[in-house]
Design a protein around this ligand. Sequence first.
Ligand SMILES: Cc1cc2nc3c(=O)[nH]c(=O)nc-3n(C[C@H](O)[C@H](O)[C@H](O)COP(=O)(O)O)c2cc1C
Length: 336
Amino acid sequence: MPLLPPELKQRLSTPLKIGSVEVNSRVLQSPLSGVTDLVFRRLVRRYAPESMMYTEMVNAKGIHYLRKLSKIMEIDPNEKPISIQLFDCRPDFLAQAAQMAVEEGADAIDINMGCPVNKITKNGGGSSLLREPKTAEVIVQTVAEAVAVPVTVKTRLGWSDGEINILEFAKRMEEAGAQMLTLHGRTRAQGYNGSARWEWIGRVKQMLSIPVIANGDIFSIEAAVKCLEMTGADGVMCSRGTLGYPFLVGEIDYFLKTGQQLTPPTPVERLECAKEHLQALWEYKGERGIYQARKHMAWYCKGFVGAGQLRGQLNRIETLSQGLELIDAAIARQQL
Ligand SMILES: Cc1cc2nc3c(=O)[nH]c(=O)nc-3n(C[C@H](O)[C@H](O)[C@H](O)COP(=O)(O)O)c2cc1C
């Protein structure tokens, strides 16, 4: 059973203040492209009702040319607090998309300055902004002037080990008007390899007055506590740890608030959750939802007898009923 150090409990007992927005949780669900749609967020929020969540990243250029809201910006009117994450490098496109996001109900706008994917960086978005701090600064200023909600930034340590510029970059984002900085403790060149270097997050925290959220390798309550102690960060953001496990944000949140550990879900409870996820994706997206569900279903399949075989089967489903039957059979086997 992990222990909650009293000084940590005390330090994190007040709401997280993101500009004018107060959030009663120090654990955030990260934006995950292809994952954190309305359906997934609803599952996460059941266990973490007070946490800040993010949409998948939205292309501001697409919004500009199509002049309509993208499906991934869709927000359930009951989900709060919620931030819409945007990417691009054109301040005017981003400001325009941000205004539409606010009309949709976003409580905050996050600018993606961390995505390492070539398709994004070669067009000047994501982590390539770490190499263009002046543009990044103008983006934050322009978007902050365009909307009344707080504007936040999510970024990495730098482009590569030879170009770690986060100390200067973070300060510039704060001065430009960012109301919170989320820092993934890896460089762009690192991708998702190696460990997140939390020590850099600690250095940034010491320099800034706005909240700093630590991101990278928060897979458990123990990791969250260790990271918060090591960095002094104002909160932690969970990412890959939530794939097939929408319970994680709620588990850490509950622990930080009470010092108690929730009973982890049993394999049957996780399979029931997978079933609900599949059904909801079908209802929300139709056939496309079934194809998208395959990866989610595979992520749920670990840590019980027969998980490997079920994973292979769920990865090939074509219809809702096929998926539901497979999961029902797996649940029945767990109960034998
Ligand atoms: C499948 C996947 C999709 C992601 N999509 C986004 C995204 O849309 N926006 C973003 O800022 N980061 C995105 N990320 C990065 C994560 O939010 C997070 O910064 C990163 O995974 C590090 O945290 P972790 O080590 O806990 O996974 C994505 C990561 C993964 C694995």
